[in-house]
Every structure is written in structure tokens, then in C-alpha cells.
Design a protein around this ligand. Structure first.
Ligand SMILES: Nc1nc2c(ncn2[C@@H]2O[C@H](COP(=O)(O)OP(=O)(O)OP(=O)(O)O)[C@@H](O)[C@H]2O)c(=O)[nH]1
Length: 400
């Protein structure tokens, strides 16, 4: 039996790759409608990339049918433009500034070198080397943006990140291989390992990278949902459910390590008056400003949450009663001595703060919270603008 000869037509490969990319672009355009509006700009850029790249591949494959300026210059402009669009999409996704000048400058460079070595001083090897270097930079920039992007889970970033990184490495390899042995490619569609590798990766990259990009988007929206379920929408501190969970965990930790745990219940005095006199929006702003001021007085390990309305809670791990009371007094003074700035309107706001520490009898977080709450109401009844200690905590209030 004669040996089976293996053959591969690069042109057909390019067209199949273009078709795949186009299909995944259409899928992405449909999926984008179901994504949160915040992702739309990034998704639109990505869809643009998945349309530009196949356009470039199709033009490239029409070498014998269309003029050289189309199959060389326009084709390379489309491919480089697609990589610039991927980069813009990734920067937008990560809410980073987009260096449009740099990215489109690289596209212009790709156009310039392909025009020079394709139309003016025809040299296929030099053209491929120059284009490889420009595209390697752009692909590397995409990979770098993915890996440097904030808050993306490890595994997810590898899907899109490694696709761009691999493509960048192959471009670098092509530039080195052609520099090393310039005679190896004498026609664009010659079946050499370098050309095969380039076009195979070029065809697969958009598919893998787009799957990776979709994973990034779904991961981000899942995180946003998780965060929204734990944080107070107005003040961006923990909500009641989250702080109760954290409180339960803090009690377990304090018991396990034999460390103290303190809690402050902080309530703004006569908050209703702010709403009544300045309006609800000013009331909302006062809550945001109050949180900023409380935060200024806390340590990094203290946990701040909003119990509801104008009532906040501070969980203080590794803190005994005396230190918690001193911290509460600092917070009280920070408010009583300096008015809050409500959009140019200074407003003096005072606080009533109840302090409690974990007692041996406390089994549940709600018991500790109840004692902190009682101390806070005692401060209200004693005249407000006060810190009061829970009687069971075994130490004296700063006001006593
Ligand atoms: N602007 C705004 N107001 C809120 C919010 N949540 C609760 N409030 C208002 O906060 C006010 C709380 O009023 P009260 O419970 O009487 O307490 P207070 O006026 O602070 O009086 P004392 O606590 O007794 O000092 C109510 O008018 C609520 O409508 C909010 O998210 N934004």
C-alpha cells in the first residue's frame, strides 16, 4: 500500500478559522444582550474584534483574486485592528484607561510595514518578521492586561490569558525563525511549520480567547452579585446579614484563641431632623459621610456594618472593653467636634454609642448585639452624644 501523504491547505484553514471566529462573534453579540449593561462597551469592542479578524483572514486568503494592496495592506490592517480592539475590550472590562494612541499607532505601524514590504520594496520575509513583531506586542499587551487586571479569579484568567500569551510567543518564534533562516518561506501559503503554526493559532485564538472573555464576564457578574448580597448599597459597608455572619465567626475565633472580642453599636442622634430639614438626599449623604468618618477612626481589622437606618455596628476582634470604649470615645469626639460636610452645608452630628464585650455566657452573636444595643439606648436616654458601656462587660463607661 502506498504511504498516505499528509497535506494541509493553509488557505482553507484560514477560511475555516475565519468562519469559526465569525460564528463565535455572533454568539457573543447575542450573549451580550443578557449581560449587565456595565459590560456592554467591552463586549462591543470584543464583537468588533471577532468581525475584523475574519475579515482580515478572508482578504489574506484571496491573494490570487484581489489586488495586493487589499490582500496585504487592508488584510493586515484588519488583523492588527482586531488585536487593538481585543486590547480596548480588555482595558474597558478591567476599568483601566485605554491607550488609544498607542494601540492605533501600532495598527498604523502594521499598515506601514505591510505597505512598505508588500507594495514599495517587496520582501516577504522582512514583511512577515516586521508584522510578527507588531502583532506579538499587541497580543502580549492583551495577555498582560488580563494578568494584571484586578479581582479576577486565578483559573478564569488563564483561559483568555494563556491564549493571548501563546499567540504572542508564536509570533515571536516566527520572527526569530525567519530571521534565523530567511529563505524558509518563499510564498505566503507555503506549508512550513512556522506558517502552519501561525495560522492554526490565529484561527484558534479568537475561539479560546472569546470563551475566556465570556468566563471573565460571568465571573465578574457573579462576584458583583455576591458583593451586592453582603454590602449595604448606600454606604458600602457590610449589611446586617453579612455582619451577623462575621460576628458569629468572630465569636468562634475569639473562643478558640482565647482572645477578647468587643462590639460597638453606633447610632446617629436625631437623624430624622436631617431628613426633615435638608431632605432625604442630604440624609443619605450624611450616612455616607458618617461612615467615612467612622472608618477614619478604626483599625484595619475592625469590621464596620450597617444594622439599618442610621444604626451601625463595629466588630473589634482582639479588643478588650477598655480599648473598645476608648475607640468609641474617639469616634464620638470626631463627630461632636467637627461637623459633617453635606455638599457645602456643614452639619454638626452627634452619636450615641453602646459598647459590649464578649462574655462567657454569650452563646450567640445576637446576645452580644443585644447588650451593645441596650448600652446604646442607655446613652440615648442619658442625653445622647455619649458612649455607654454594657453593665455585664465588667468595666466602666468613659462617661462614668
Ligand atoms: N435619608 C435616609 N434616611 C433614613 C434611611 N434609613 C432610615 N432613615 C430615616 O432615619 C430616621 C430615623 O429616625 P428615628 O428612628 O426617629 O431616630 P433619630 O431621629 O435618629 O432619633 P434618635 O435615634 O432617638 O436620636 C427616620 O426618619 C428614617 O426614615 C436612609 O437610608 N436614608
Amino acid at each position: 500500500m502506498p504511504p498516505v501523504e499528509w497535506s494541509f491547505d493553509i488557505r482553507s484553514g484560514l477560511l475555516v478559522g475565519a468562519l469559526l471566529t465569525l460564528l463565535i462573534g455572533v454568539v457573543l453579540a447575542v450573549v451580550a444582550r443578557a449581560m449587565p449593561a456595565a459590560f456592554r462597551p467591552a463586549m462591543n469592542w470584543w464583537v468588533a474584534a471577532t468581525l475584523l479578524q475574519p475579515a482580515g483572514f478572508v482578504l489574506l486568503s484571496q491573494r490570487d483574486h484581489l489586488p495586493a494592496w487589499v490582500t496585504i495592506v487592508v488584510a493586515n490592517a484588519c488583523i492588527a485592528g482586531a488585536f487593538a480592539a481585543y486590547a480596548v475590550a480588555l482595558r474597558r472590562f478591567h476599568r483601566l484607561t485605554v491607550p488609544h494612541g498607542l494601540l492605533w499607532g501600532m495598527v498604523a505601524l502594521a499598515v506601514a510595514v505591510s505597505a512598505w514590504f508588500g507594495l514599495v520594496q517587496y520582501d516577504l520575509t522582512k514583511r512577515l518578521i516586521a508584522i510578527s513583531i507588531v502583532l506579538a506586542w499587541m497580543l502580549g499587551y492583551c495577555a498582560w492586561t488580563i494578568y494584571r487586571g484586578p479581582d479576577v479569579r486565578g483559573l478564569v484568567r488563564h483561559v483568555a490569558g494563556s491564549a493571548f500569551l501563546l499567540a504572542a510567543i508564536i509570533m515571536v518564534y516566527r520572527a526569530i525563525a525567519l530571521t534565523w533562516d530567511p529563505g524558509q518561506v518563499i510564498a505566503v501559503f507555503q506549508l512550513t511549520h512556522v506558517q502552519l503554526l501561525t495560522y492554526a493559532v490565529g484561527s484558534i485564538l479568537p475561539v479560546v480567547a472569546t470563551v475566556g472573555f465570556l468566563l471573565l464576564c460571568t465571573d465578574r457578574s457573579q462576584r458583583d452579585l455576591e458583593r451586592a448580597a453582603r454590602m449595604d448599597y448606600l454606604t458600602d459597608v457590610y449589611n446586617r446579614r453579612a455582619i451577623e455572619e462575621l460576628g458569629t465567626r468572630a465569636i468562634a475565633g475569639a473562643r478558640r484563641h482565647g482572645m477578647p472580642l468587643a462590639l460597638q453599636v453606633v447610632d446617629i442622634d436625631h437623624f430624622k431632623r436631617i431628613n426633615d430639614e435638608l431632605g432625604h438626599a442630604a440624609g443619605d449623604l450624611a450616612l455616607v459621610r458618617a461612615v467615612e468618618r467612622i472608618r477614619e477612626c478604626l483599625r484595619a481589622e475592625d469590621l464596620l456594618g450597617r444594622l439599618g437606618g442610621e444604626e451601625f455596628i463595629v466588630l473589634m476582634p482582639n479588643t478588650d472593653g477598655a480599648s473598645a470604649a476608648a475607640a468609641a470615645e474617639r469616634i464620638r469626639v470626631a463627630f461632636s467636634e467637627r461637623p459633617l460636610d453635606l455638599r457645602g452645608q456643614p452639619r454638626r452630628v452627634t452619636l450615641s454609642i453602646g459598647v459590649a464585650v464578649l462574655a462567657p455566657a454569650d452563646r450567640l452573636f445576637s446576645q452580644l448585639l443585644q447588650r451593645g444595643d441596650r448600652a446604646m439606648y442607655a446613652a440615648k436616654h442619658a442625653g445622647r452624644d455619649l458612649v455607654m458601656a454594657d453593665a455585664m462587660s465588667g468595666w466602666e463607661s468613659p462617661a462614668d
